[in-house]
Ligand binder design. Structure first.
Ligand SMILES: *[C@@H]1O[C@H](CO)[C@@H](O)[C@H](O)[C@H]1NC(C)=O
Ligand SMILES: *[C@@H]1O[C@H](CO)[C@@H](O)[C@H](O)[C@H]1NC(C)=O
Ligand SMILES: *[C@@H]1O[C@H](CO)[C@@H](O)[C@H](O)[C@H]1NC(C)=O
Ligand SMILES: *[C@@H]1O[C@H](CO)[C@@H](O)[C@H](O)[C@H]1NC(C)=O
Ligand SMILES: *[C@@H]1O[C@H](CO)[C@@H](O)[C@H](O)[C@H]1NC(C)=O
Ligand SMILES: *[C@@H]1O[C@H](CO)[C@@H](O)[C@H](O)[C@H]1NC(C)=O
Ligand SMILES: *[C@@H]1O[C@H](CO)[C@@H](O)[C@H](O)[C@H]1NC(C)=O
Ligand SMILES: *[C@@H]1O[C@H](CO)[C@@H](O)[C@H](O)[C@H]1NC(C)=O
Length: 483
């Protein structure tokens, strides 16, 4: 809590609010789940058998809408843009007036044969435009908050990338029935994303049978497997829209509350940011599987306090200090320098009315994370049963992890995967890019764990070249090179 307050003070300095940090949203949710009046949990009973009927989802005619969604040019866009971009809304519930906003970036080369990949950010309640504009999209924003430069390592080099702001209430996505926001939770998020996809594929029929993958980070460790599960099950039940899903890749992903919590403090201790005493006290006082005790809270609060004011996304990154510093000291226009003030810059850009107009978004006070979604109705304690289901159904599953993240560290991912008890197929080894170790991998039967050396929570922000190499290998279904 103390750390959270410290972070909030820093954000207040920048004019950002507490809703603005993906990591804080996550921290608050996980904390509330360990309190007594927690959100509904365990809502995903996985069954191999498909006994229930397909319940048809809302569909509406989409003819001609893709053309209207085509972006002619984004404000501040550099010269030489040789790919197509689209954005707009897909209605998921006409009665409530609920619509989700998407941004599609097609590949500059052979777009018609490259796969379609959905990207989701986490939170819960944070925008996937974070991924689009400060992680893996074709552009990054200069520190002036107004102009863009090319990201040489955009994932759209190798796939058609679809970014979805989800659920309604996040970013430009909205509902005319504001009580919908109080119903936000894992289940509704997956259901709406599924309806979105069915209608989106009708709007862009050239993608209807295309190979499809879902990727995401952080709390999307819930969204991605849950949506994949929804699709795989519905594919078995209906002959209407078969979505050609082939796999998922999730980064620094929350997969299981117990192993997540345990892994966090072990990572902090081994990265020399908390004391032996506090680490020992946490091990002694916390039962990670259960409702938090006062003793445990006391120890974890102490840990947050010991960490001090570092970037909660990356142990070793500089932090954003003052707005003035932000606007004068940043090295402009290099994808290899990740501006620590990126959150401020992103809000500045996407809140601009000319940018919103170019994106076909309705006028919105755009935030990184929703300030209308105040609670979260349901959150599974673990998504490991869904992972097992997806493995059993032949989906490719990669779990990637930036190894210097404070929030959902590599140890958490390792403990979560260990809990699956999968046989090892390729023993732990380094993988290489340009003669340097890009990270390490271990292939299990049905699932690959792969780390990215020197990357924080938002992997492509901190290590764009390594992230693209990893993503390219994922799509190809091959392990990155061992030398
Ligand atoms: C597209 O533009 C980028 C950046 O200007 C350039 O590197 C790439 O070669 C171009 N690709 C094609 C297919 O023209
Ligand atoms: C929400 O309401 C506005 C104003 O009435 C309307 O223009 C818009 O189409 C509605 N959105 C949806 C998704 O129905
Ligand atoms: C940075 O400073 C310039 C010049 O003072 C100003 O025009 C611009 O709006 C500032 N950018 C941000 C993101 O505040
Ligand atoms: C909250 O989640 C539970 C479990 O999925 C569901 O039964 C309930 O209808 C949800 N409540 C709201 C308000 O959406
Ligand atoms: C789907 O199945 C139903 C019932 O078997 C059948 O009537 C319908 O023609 C099928 N539709 C397609 C597109 O194959
Ligand atoms: C703690 O968790 C374990 C394992 O999930 C369970 O058996 C035990 O009853 C729980 N204890 C309390 C106090 O909730
Ligand atoms: C934890 O407990 C100790 C001793 O009971 C107390 O002195 C300390 O202030 C507590 N720390 C926090 C962060 O609550
Ligand atoms: C976005 O712009 C609106 C006015 O256009 C302003 O009221 C709001 O505070 C801005 N939001 C942020 C986060 O800067």
């Amino acid at each position: 809590m103390i750390k959270l307050i410290a972070t909030l003070c820093l954000l207040a300095l920048l004019g950002l609010t507490n809703a603005d940090i993906q990591a804080n949203k996550l921290f608050n949710l996980l904390k509330s789940k360990r309190a007594r009046n927690s959100p509904v949990t365990n809502t995903w009973t996985v069954s191999e058998e498909v006994t229930d009927e397909y319940s048809p989802v809302h569909t509406a005619p989409q003819d001609g809408l893709a053309d209207l969604d085509k972006i002619s040019v984004l404000p501040g866009q550099p010269e030489g843009v040789n790919f197509s971009q689209y954005s707009g809304y897909v209605t998921v519930d006409p009665n409530a007036g609920r619509a989700l906003f998407y941004y599609l970036v097609e590949s500059p080369t052979d777009s018609s044969t490259k796969p379609l990949v959905l990207w989701l950010n986490g939170g819960p309640g944070c925008s996937s435009m974070i991924g689009a504009m400060s992680e893996l999209g074709p552009f990054r924003i200069n520190s002036d908050g107004k102009t863009l430069f090319m990201n040489d390592y955009a994932w759209s080099n190798v796939a058609n990338m679809l970014f979805l702001e989800s659920p309604a209430g996040v970013g430009f996505s909205y509902s005319n029935t504001t009580s919908d926001y109080d119903k936000s939770g894992d289940k509704n998020t997956a259901d709406d994303a599924y309806i979105f996809l069915v209608n989106w594929l009708a709007r862009f029929p050239q993608y209807k049978t295309r190979e499809f993958y879902i990727t995401g980070e952080s709390y999307a460790g819930h969204y991605v497997p849950q949506l994949a599960y929804t699709i795989v099950r519905n594919n078995k039940k209906t002959n209407q829209t078969i979505i050609n899903i082939k796999g998922i890749a999730i980064g620094n992903a929350v997969m299981d509350d117990e192993t997540h919590f345990k892994g966090k403090f072990d990572h902090w201790w081994s990265h020399a940011i908390i004391s032996d005493t506090t680490h020992d006290a946490i091990i002694k006082n916390c039962d990670f599987a259960n409702v938090s005790s006062a003793m445990c809270e006391n120890s974890t609060d102490k840990a947050w306090n010991e960490i001090g004011d570092i970037d909660v996304y990356n142990v070793y990154a500089p932090i954003c200090l003052t707005p003035r510093e932000r606007n004068t000291s940043a090295i402009p226009g290099s994808v290899n320098f990740f501006d620590p003030c990126w959150q401020y810059i992103l809000e500045f850009y996407l809140n601009d009315s000319s940018v919103q107009k170019a994106l076909h978004a309705k006028p919105t006070s755009w935030d990184l994370c929703s300030d209308v979604i105040m609670g979260w109705n349901d959150s599974a304690v673990t998504i490991l049963p869904l992972i097992k289901y997806l493995i059993a159904n032949g989906q490719r599953i990669w779990v990637f992890s930036g190894d210097v993240d404070v929030q959902v560290p590599t140890t958490s991912s390792r403990y979560s995967i260990n809990a699956l008890k999968l046989p090892i197929e390729t023993a732990w080894r380094p993988w290489y890019l340009n003669k340097e170790v890009g990270g390490y991998l271990e292939a299990y039967k049905g699932l690959l764990l792969i780390t990215v050396r020197g990357a924080g929570h938002t992997v492509p922000s901190y290590q764009p070249q390594r992230a693209l190499a990893l993503f390219t290998s994922f799509l190809g279904g091959t392990l990155p090179p061992s030398s």
